[in-house]
Design a protein around this ligand. Structure first.
Ligand SMILES: Cc1ncc(COP(=O)(O)O)c(C=O)c1O
Length: 425
């Protein structure tokens, strides 16, 4: 039995001499596009590349409209505002997601209702949504987390029955498909992030997708200091930057992106389908191997997920099969063997160090009742907590951009830890 890398043995992969694929991906095309923007002097405000990207991204998602905004946090906030959600309203979301999904709800003065997730997808559990609905409920925000898809059939049925809006948080899901429909085209609004770790990135940025013209008009205005575009499909889509001056504006701020970001996104979008395909092939391959190994389990791939868009590559750990080796030690050992960071899932939002609304009474203490309602600790999320504390293993999606041999290396590393777990106890 060879010594584990964490104990001074040779790693399965020396990432210094044999690095994993790089992220982000760019080449001369991005360079050229950025120089073009630089020389054009049109650095922001509905430049031709932003307009072209909106059109291309809407087409990619199979929606009628797409609007860019500053990031995937602001997109959620603007989606809530466009749907008229605010004081007195409740919004149901999964307890396992990035803090922004909940933080934007309190930022519009509504109440986040955290519910538990399915243990095999880590996405919101439709049964828990049903239990959480009250007369105050106005919307559901399913999050398509890491490699999985929330059960959009069940969610849309619940939404229809109770007349609720659905905002899909697609920060992890550019290009994923459910029953042949792209993420972001199923609910009322899709919200995307282009932050550096995302598989379509401009460093920062975001998009909102929808099929609804009125919502698009509002979203466009809300990201642009409240100026209503007029009309979206004709003048504004030509990049003319024509805005209504009939005095009928909205209150809002500046949440625009720059033309440099749009230039990078246009090039990235051309690469995305090919990259998603490689990630899908590698993800499915490694999951097929994982499903045969003791102590680890792949995330469930729902048969209705017709196209995968793996974000972080996630799988589940069960210490009982690893001689009770604590998950933290497993993660450290795997990291040492493969030379890439191995992380847990996001923290459950009822115990999340970055979702702490009660640290800001100046903003959120609207009244005693609201103050109590937004206390995250009031929600019980046993499955989210188990996932975070005991089961979740997440690797950056760049590992999925490698070869089959790279996938075998990960499996080999897991087997080595399995065989040598006692060394770490
Ligand atoms: C699920 C989810 N929603 C929203 C966001 C927010 O996106 P951004 O970082 O672009 O603000 C993120 C970012 O990590 C995310 O993972």
């Amino acid at each position: 039995m060879s010594t584990l890398a964490i104990k001074g043995g040779s790693p399965i992969r020396d990432a210094k001499t044999n690095p994993w694929p790089a992220w982000p991906v760019w080449d001369k095309k991005e360079e050229k596009a950025l120089i073009e923007v630089l020389h054009s002097g049109v650095w922001s405000y509905n430049g031709p590349k932003e307009v072209a990207f909106n059109t291309a991204f809407a087409k990619f998602c199979g929606t009628k409209y797409s609007v860019c905004a500053a990031n995937g946090t602001v997109t959620l906030q603007l989606a809530l505002e466009a749907l008229g959600i605010g004081v007195g309203d409740e919004v149901i979301l999964p307890g396992l997601t990035w803090q922004a999904t909940a933080a934007t709800i309190i930022d519009v003065n509504a109440t986040p209702i955290l519910v538990d997730v399915c243990e095999d997808t880590w996405c919101i559990d439709p049964k828990e949504i049903e239990k959480a609905i009250t007369p105050k409920t106005k919307a559901i925000i399913p999050v398509h987390l890491y490699g999985a898809f929330a059960d959009m059939d069940a969610i849309m049925e619940i939404a229809k029955k109770h007349k609720l809006a659905v905002i899909e948080d697609c920060a992890h899901k550019h290009g994923g498909e459910w029953n042949g429909k792209k993420a972001g085209s199923i609910g009322d609004i899709g919200s995307f992030s282009y932050q550096l770790s995302k598989h379509l990135t401009a460093g920062e940025g975001g998009s909102l997708t929808t099929n609804n013209y009125e919502l698009t008009e509002k979203l466009d205005a809300l990201r642009n200091c409240g100026r209503r575009p007029e009309p979206i499909n004709e003048e504004a889509d030509k990049g003319a930057g024509v805005y209504s001056d009939d005095g009928n504006f909205y209150q809002s701020g500046n949440y625009r992106i720059t033309e440099f970001q749009a230039a990078i996104l246009l090039e990235g979008l051309k690469r995305l389908p090919g990259q998603n395909k490689i990630r899908e092939e590698n993800g499915d391959y490694i999951n097929s191997l994982i499903s045969e190994m003791p102590g680890i389990k792949p995330m469930k791939r729902d048969a209705r997920e017709t196209k995968k868009a793996y974000f972080n590559f996630a799988f589940r750990y069960h210490k009982e099969n690893f001689k009770n080796l604590p998950i933290e030690k497993f993660r450290e050992a795997l990291e040492a063997e493969i030379g890439i960071s191995v992380e847990p899932s996001y923290e459950p939002l009822n115990k999340c160090s970055l979702y702490v609304p009660l640290t800001k009474p100046s903003r959120y203490k609207l009244n005693e009742e609201y103050w109590n309602d937004i206390n995250p600790a009031r929600f019980k999320l046993p499955i989210c907590e188990r996932i975070y504390n005991e089961e979740s293993i997440c690797l950056h999606h760049k590992v999925l951009m490698g070869t089959k041999n790279d996938m075998d290396i990960i499996i080999k590393a897991i087997k080595k830890i399995y065989d040598s777990a006692e060394e770490l106890l």
